[in-house]
Design a protein around this ligand. Structure first.
Ligand SMILES: Cc1cc2nc3c(=O)[nH]c(=O)nc-3n(C[C@H](O)[C@H](O)[C@H](O)COP(=O)(O)O)c2cc1C
Length: 272
């Protein structure tokens, strides 16, 4: 599909060429205008940088036109506000008995889809499971997985304190999915090595997005582990053939609010 340059608008400043991550735009077109190199269409990753960086709305790439892009003036948050958001987010483990509107979850996922992915492959797909009637049985299968690990791999079970987790579950308390009204699973092609990191990043974005809206989230690590290691859990999730989960978040309205930011380990940095 190449690039389309509006000759009237183009200032020939070369920003599109300079910002292209693959280096497939030259300023060697007619009259010094930007032009795609040979093989552009095969190499282009559709990241939209060439369109986004042009101050003059002079360039479109593939299906991406300047008008299709959202406006961007400034990051919108001061560094102090962003630091407060990043440091103030906590894992939420007590939820109100109050489901979220589907449109609210869609709004969060819309923010999460801007997380980066290698080669801009955007491989993350989502499964949203809502309602305690669906989530309690899933938590029960996680408990079954825990019992299985305790029996078959006791050393592994010990590192995760699974005997304690099962005892709590058996006492009638859900510390597996924490009473959350929703669980959101990020999944993608099981064998594609480009999938796990973007899934983790998108979930990280989602957690922060939830916090920014006054909502709460918590990684459902046990559920994700069971979904990968325990066939009954994989069956219950019912992802399409060839897909695997790469992380999951509980989601809902927090019952309590944290009043302060607890300290974290000091930075460990090697400066070279
Ligand atoms: C991959 C991953 C899996 C996690 N799994 C669980 C879990 O199954 N249950 C839970 O209550 N918290 C889980 N957590 C939350 C961590 O315990 C939490 O992030 C950590 O204690 C720090 O607390 P904070 O998130 O409030 O800063 C998980 C976090 C990550 C990153």
């Amino acid at each position: 599909m190449g690039i389309v340059v509006d000759q009237q608008k183009c200032h020939k400043d070369g920003l599109c060429a300079l910002d292209c991550p693959i280096g497939i735009i030259t300023m060697d077109g007619p009259d010094g205008l930007p032009a795609p190199v040979e093989g552009f269409d095969e190499l282009c990753i559709d990241c939209g940088h060439c369109v986004a960086v042009c101050p003059h709305e002079a360039l479109s790439q593939g299906g991406i036109t300047p008008r299709q892009c959202l406006p961007l003036d400034a990051p919108g948050l001061s560094p102090e506000q962003l630091a407060q958001l990043l440091k103030g987010r906590r894992s939420i483990r007590r939820y109100k008995d109050q489901p979220l509107e589907q449109s609210t979850i869609a709004r969060l996922l819309d923010m999460a889809r801007y997380a980066p992915s290698g080669h801009n492959v955007q491989p993350v797909k989502w499964l949203v499971i809502s309602g305690r009637d669906k989530l309690m049985p899933l938590a029960g299968i996680v408990a079954d997985w825990m019992r299985y690990v305790i029996k078959e791999e006791p050393e592994v079970a010990a590192t995760m304190h699974l005997d304690h987790a099962v005892a709590v579950w058996d006492s009638g308390e859900d510390r597996i999915l924490r009473g959350a009204p929703h669980v959101v699973v990020a999944y993608g092609e099981a064998e594609d090595t480009r999938v796990p990191v973007p899934c983790a990043l998108a979930l990280g974005y989602l957690e922060l997005a939830a916090y920014s809206l006054g909502l709460g989230a918590c990684w459902a690590g046990y559920l994700n582990r069971a979904a990968n290691d325990f066939p009954p859990m994989a069956k219950a999730l019912g992802l399409p053939e060839g897909m695997a989960p790469f992380g999951a978040l509980m989601l809902g309205v927090p019952k309590y609010h944290h009043q302060r930011i607890p300290p974290r380990k000091p930075l460990e940095v090697t400066w070279r």
